[in-house]
Design a protein around this ligand. Sequence first.
Ligand code: 5AD
Ligand code: SF4
Length: 492
Amino acid sequence: MIRNTAVFESEEFRQMLTLAQTMEEPPQQDGSLRQAWFISRAHELVSEKEKQLGRKLTACVVTFGCQMNERDSEKLRGILRLAGYEESESEDADFVLYNTCTVRENANVRVYGRLGALSVYRRKNPEMVIGLCGCMMQEKDVVEKIRRDYRYVRLVFGTHNLHRFAELLVASLMSDSPVIDVVDKDDSIVENLPAERTYPFKSGVNIMFGCNNFCSYCIVPYVRGREKSREPKEILREIEQLVADGVVEVMLLGQNVNSYGKGLSEPVTFAQLLQEVEKIEGLERIRFMTSHPKDLSDDLIEVMAHSRKICRHLHLPVQSGSSRLLKIMNRHYTKESYLALVDRLKAAMPDLSLSTDIIVGFPGETEEDFLETMDIVRQVEYDSAFTFIYSKRTGTPAASMPDQISEEVIKDRFDRLLKEVQRIGRQRSSRFEGQILPVLVEDRNRQEAGLMTGRTPHNLVVHFPGDEDLAGKIVDVRLNEARGFYYMGERV
Ligand code: 5AD
Ligand code: SF4
């Protein structure tokens, strides 16, 4: 992959690092200066260790889960890099940090499996430090299990204190016993922390944290806490700095971006925020996720339809096509109102590409409910759909609902649904064949030398002959041949 090699830190943060180096003690107040102080301290500790060992120290951050976690990991990597670690793509490293997900049970199972597999490297390198963070760590029984069965894990923290990673890292480097620091709530948003972007030319930008929706199957509100929006000026400043650093595409991130701005001292809507982001010179493309259908406003449709920069792709999780189940899921829309929303979107933007999330096997799902889901999938004609088997999450209302569905029934429904979404997706994806579209070139093609890979505004992947120096540029490509979910094309 064509990766970014440098950490991006804002001018403000650079000044804080310089100031922090002159301070004997860390500032008491929580914030980026305090974290800058701990980064300097971590750097001293890492340097000492390097002298002892006579080699550089390496770190590897592994991300599980969603784009929010991907973005968090970029921040964790940024801090590790400033602390003096060299990045390692392999888990055979001096510091290995798993940024975990817990949205479905199998995410947890994967983490335990990977932890076990680390023992090979641990035996080779007794200095190895293993850390765990992210959503899964917000579950009390998980932390208990780690304490009990995985004593070699040296550092555990959750989602609420991720911004204090530098401080926690220093604590774990200085301590002989594990550092476990998981808090239930921390409303502070620390701005200006450094990040190491995976791609030089595109970046996620958090616009809000947490979720207030409490869909009855979902654990996210319990592990990510209440919804909290960042101030628009902080978001705009971050994007301006990213653009100055070479970014042309941003993905605005939140569990429910359509309710952005509600708790701010001067409330701002998501549509208004987008209009401000659009004005940033040098920024070429704006994406966002996730949109909750219940909060998607006509203003947003209007802003999208008139925008030059907002990509014509919307991720609009439907979860189920059954109004009966949607009510029990606490989704606050019906099959009919969702379809009416899709109609308004398509009327305003006929070329809009739509993707979705669907859960199969929610407690009490009948064959009729499932057929409603199949029907909505056919009516909407999604370009792509992520289909999930319902996973029981302890503590959520759905976990104690009667009529949990048997594995065979779920599997049968899942297979039928998957077949249908793939058939429709393939058909939909080919609708641009022969057209010339602007493509943001992302990477070289790993399978075939001489080919580059990029994305259209509709989020479709295109492979075409080209040089590596095109990465990060937006070029016109003719989509010659649709091959399932991607295209083969040529530059024009
Ligand atoms: N089981 C299965 N899928 C789930 N999701 C959230 N919680 C669960 C669960 N308990 C899915 C939803 C959501 C996506 C991010 O994950 O479809 O939109
Ligand atoms: Fe979970 Fe619903 Fe919040 Fe999405 S909107 S994170 S599905 S509770």
